[in-house]
Design a protein. Structure first.
Ligand code: ZN
Length: 293
């Protein structure tokens, strides 16, 4: 199944729901960052959560989620735009924590103590920034906790990543269901009971359920709109121009030091691992430009 996102609302407008399949995206993150299995699941859950929350963005708005914990992964960061383009990174891609019978020790890898940061560029003067303590460090519950406390939107979040025996991504995806103002209390209770009886989202995805089928099952009996779709995909915003500007902003002594070396200087993007190479002559050229300006 190709990566796909579906967003819809209930006909009465009191619920909104998004589901996505993100296998290809998470596999690409795994390949680029060389994450070990537990790190793949942790980063995959965060990136999928970012895709789901990002489906509420409009125009040129952007969203970033960052998990900062006292576990071996240290810091995980994912960003998206309104079109579902995602990039993500993890400070330490090797958790060193193998799966146990109960699954991947994601909470241990992230760390039980720490914070979830949410940054939204809504094209206003200042970006929106919020921070909550980690709730369970399993990612989905942390996002639901943030949504309930910071945004005051009761939300159900499910995120799932399953791996092949060799550590590749077999299936990934999730759903986000939110109660909007005016949602009757009985409907919420009914929904909660219904969701509690739903198989884990990883099982649904591994069984080949599409985002539409997952939402159909999760919201059974509730009249829904047709909804909108998009295709989540990896895309980094780095460029040669940005990296050149970064090198230009180094103190002149530091840059001249690099230019005096025999070998080329390599700058690697932390999000996509693309390597930008600069020969000593090119670096010296940047310095020349400085003197001109
Ligand atoms: Zn990049």
């Amino acid at each position: 199944m190709k990566d796909h996102l579906l967003r819809l609302t209930s006909v009465d407008g009191t619920l909104r729901a998004t589901a996505a399949s993100t296998r290809d995206l998470i596999e690409e993150l795994r390949r680029r960052h060389g994450t070990d299995p537990t790190a793949t699941v942790a980063l995959g859950r965060l990136a999928t959560g970012t895709v789901l929350l990002g489906s509420l963005l409009k125009g040129k708005q952007r969203l970033a989620l960052m998990l900062e914990g006292n576990g071996p992964l240290q810091k995980l960061h994912a960003e998206t735009d309104a079109e579902g383009h995602v990039r993500a990174t993890v400070k330490n891609p090797v958790s060193g924590l193998p799966p146990s019978e109960s699954g991947f020790p994601v909470a241990q890898a992230i760390g039980k103590a720490g914070f979830l940061h949410v940054i939204k560029d809504l094209e206003l003067k200042e970006p929106y920034q919020s921070m909550v303590q980690l709730y369970s460090s399993e990612v989905a519950e942390d996002l639901a906790y943030y949504l309930a406390t910071s945004e005051q939107i009761p939300s159900s979040v499910a995120l799932g990543v399953s791996l092949t025996p060799t550590g590749g991504v077999a299936a990934a995806g999730g759903f986000l269901i939110q109660a909007l103002p005016g949602c009757p209390q009985e409907r919420l209770q009914e929904l909660e009971q219904h969701l509690a009886g739903l198989p884990p989202v990883t099982t649904l995805l591994a069984g080949g359920s599409t985002p539409g089928e997952i939402l159909g099952q999760a919201l059974e009996g509730i009249p829904l709109t047709h909804g909108t779709t998009l295709t989540p995909a990896f895309r980094c915003t780095c460029s040669m121009r940005q990296v050149t500007a970064m090198l230009r902003s180094l103190p002149p002594e530091e840059r001249q030091e690099l230019a005096r070396r025999q070998e080329a200087t390599e700058v690697s993007c932390e999000y996509c691992r693309q390597v930008y190479r600069f020969t000593p002559e090119e670096l010296a050229g940047l310095a020349e430009n400085d003197r001109d300006s």
